[in-house]
Design a protein around this ligand. Structure first.
Ligand SMILES: Cc1ncc(C[n+]2csc(CCOP(=O)(O)OP(=O)(O)O)c2C)c(N)n1
Length: 630
């Protein structure tokens, strides 16, 4: 562990440090972060880019009295190190360790939880309004990246902040990147400011020169300021923000602590909302991250010496198989187009983007727009596949309902990271999609139990294409079953994996494999369990489920989703509709958020591994026998 010098008390003592001392601390923070992420995995490149920013903020403002909100929060490591979490930092992202994101439950210096993108300005505005209402005077600062600024919520909040004119500081951390390259007109606009500092010089020079003209100089500056559509547009950087009602400062070198502190002091004397545009380098200070900021955006444990991943590759992930199959199917079907919301690599679509650039749309961090756009692409006769992580698709719920399902448009949702995601924790767990999608009329819901079935279901869904459908799969390597030619599977039909007469275990997705393992173990205890792989969560294969439910007389359902409203609920609804009064037990995520930790560990803690299913089945049967006896 990299030690903290002497008895330094953070963040308070930062106020007393000279710039050179702050710079020394910056180097120390970088070393500690690189070491820790090499061991634990995490978001390295974004954090390396904001070390000076965090130091400048904490040595200028007084957290926790002043409130700093980090958008997404994946770049909050230096902030954590500066706010009392230095000693525990080596536990980052571990089970029961420090979160990789800001969390009010973890520290008073995290005034608002983040994890999903583009929320910080709304949160900062809300805190600022609450402050005003309570007659307080603390500062509220939102730090938002140029990627997160592509999200609609951030733009909505800017619009509102400009309207309200309450005191608020937005620091725009512009590193020219989202996870990969950034998209959109806003990004191009920031690029123009960045690459053409003469805009800024022109404005300053003009003001200085005009102000020197006796008597009329100030008037000239004032009237030039009022000249909308005229000179001001040409010479003022950040005009867009000024027009929205925010005072713009910048662009400023985000690695120059003195310049940052000077600007923060100046900006905090202003009335109303201000936006400070800073330029940083993603990955700064670690050569491998500087060279490949996208790979080091979020990374598993790696070797410090060469920056290479520590884990050896073992077969394709579900995501990779999805990506490969998309490339393959698109070759045969020219109507297939693919969409992502700033997650080209994460969703496995990089090869598709290269192979079919005209049929690929990265919309930026804009899930709502992605779904609305996909709906219209479908209305125009195409077959859009929208690949979005389960947790981020929550953003687009109304678009799924209103734009896609109500119009019964053939949009296919590739719901990646469905289920437990591991170290990213609560904000990223994909444990609600079965519940939120199942309740929407017209929607078909599928979950493959292995990577080969994923190919078949993708092929089947695109072939069927008579309305909205979703295919959910986990963040995991495949089951190692090998890949066959994609083929049609019967629509709405499940698969009987094992016959049995004592208990039906019906499972959705890869849980079916764990269920099968549990069933083998149960046979050693004299329990003969049938196992069904549901494949379709909606519509359910009623015939198959009812037949085996009747034969077995009791049903255990298993899913990597919230029990509330998920697959088990669907089975219960079916049994109720058919007046079949059988004992049913639902295994899944209880009504709670699931904390961070390795995926395998969290699955076992949730009772969703083979042992958990085995134990649940045994106690279910024992309880049934006791009830029956009494
Ligand atoms: C709603 C939502 N969609 C997608 C993501 C995944 N994501 C995390 S960070 C990130 C890029 C953020 O880029 P930027 O704000 O520029 O920050 P940087 O990493 O470049 O510092 C994305 C797309 C997310 N956290 N939330």
């Amino acid at each position: 562990m990299v030690g903290l010098s002497g008895q330094m008390k953070l963040p308070e003592d930062l106020q007393t440090l000279q710039i050179t001392e702050l710079e020394e601390l910056a180097a120390k923070i970088r070393r500690y972060m690189i070491q820790t992420v090499a061991n634990n995995g995490g978001h390295l490149a974004p954090n390396l880019g904001v070390v000076e920013l965090a130091l400048a903020l904490h040595s200028t403002f007084q957290s926790p009295r002043d409130r700093i909100i980090w958008d997404v929060g994946h770049q909050s490591y230096p902030h954590k190190l500066l706010t009392g979490r230095w000693e525990r930092f080596h536990t980052l992202r571990r089970y029961r360790g420090l979160s990789g994101f800001p969390k009010p439950a973890e520290s008073v210096h995290d005034p608002f939880g983040t994890g999903h993108s583009s929320t910080s300005i709304s949160a900062a505005l809300g805190l600022a309004l609450a402050r005003d209402h309570c007659g307080d005077t603390y500062k509220v600062i939102a730090v938002i990246g140029d990627g997160a600024l592509t999200g609609g919520m951030a733009l909505e909040a800017l619009n509102h902040a400009g309207h309200l004119q309450t005191d608020l500081m937005v620091v725009l951390n512009d590193n020219e990147m989202s996870i990969g390259s950034n998209v959109g007109a806003m990004s191009a606009y920031l690029g123009r400011i960045r690459s053409d500092p003469k805009y800024f010089r022109l404005k300053t020079e003009f003001e200085q020169k005009a102000n020197r003209i006796p008597l009329v100089g100030k008037k000239i500056v004032d009237s030039a300021e009022r000249l909308k559509g005229g000179l001001k547009y040409l010479v003022v950087p950040g005009m867009i923000f000024e027009e929205l009602g925010l005072t713009y400062f910048g662009p400023i070198d985000g690695h120059n602590i003195a310049a940052l502190k000077g600007t923060f002091r100046q900006a905090s004397r202003m009335k109303g909302p201000v936006l400070i545009h800073i330029l940083t380098e993603k990955g700064k200070g670690y050569s491998f991250a500087e060279a490949s900021p996208e790979r080091f955006h979020g990374i598993g444990p790696f070797d410090l010496e060469n920056g290479l991943p520590r884990s050896k590759k073992t077969g394709p992930t579900y995501t990779e198989v999805f990506g490969q199959t998309m490339v393959r199917l698109a070759a045969e079907n020219p109507k297939i187009v693919a969409l992502t919301a700033a997650m080209t690599g994460g969703t496995g679509l990089s090869r598709f983007a290269e192979a079919y650039p005209q049929r690929f749309f990265d919309v930026g961090i804009a899930e709502q727009h992605a779904v609305g756009l996909a709906a219209a692409l479908a209305a125009g006769g195409l077959q859009p596949v929208v690949a979005i992580y389960s947790t981020f698709l929550q953003r687009a719920y109304d678009q799924i309902v209103h734009d896609v399902c109500l119009q019964k448009l053939p949009v296919l949702f590739a719901v990646d990271r469905a289920g437990i995601v591991g170290e990213d924790g609560e904000t990223h767990q994909g444990i609600l999609d079965l519940s939120y999608l199942r309740s929407i009329p017209q929607m078909t819901l599928m979950a493959p139990r292995h990577e080969d079935e994923l190919q078949h279901l993708l092929y089947t869904a695109l072939h069927h294409a008579s309305g909205p459908a979703a295919l959910r799969y986990p963040r995991d390597k495949g089951e190692g079953v090998g890949l066959s030619e994609p083929r049609l599977l019967p629509w709405g039909k499940g698969e009987l994996l094992r016959e049995g007469g004592d208990l039906l275990i019906a499972a959705a997705g890869p849980c079916a494999n764990a269920a099968l393992e549990a069933a083998e173990k149960l046979s050693g205890e004299g329990v003969d369990a049938a196992v069904i792989n549901a494949r379709f969560i909606k519509p359910l294969d009623e015939e198959l489920l009812l037949e085996w439910a009747r034969r077995c007389g009791r049903v255990l359902t298993v899913e990597e989703n919230s029990i509330t409203g998920g697959f088990g609920s669907a089975v219960l609804e079916l049994l109720a509709r058919k007046n079949l009064a059988l004992p049913v037990k639902l295994l899944g995520i209880k009504d709670r958020f699931v904390e961070q930790g390795p995926r395998a560990l969290m699955l076992s803690l949730c009772g969703l591994d083979p042992e958990g299913i085995f134990q649940a089945a045994l106690s279910f049967i024992a309880a049934k026998m006791t009830e029956g006896a009494s």
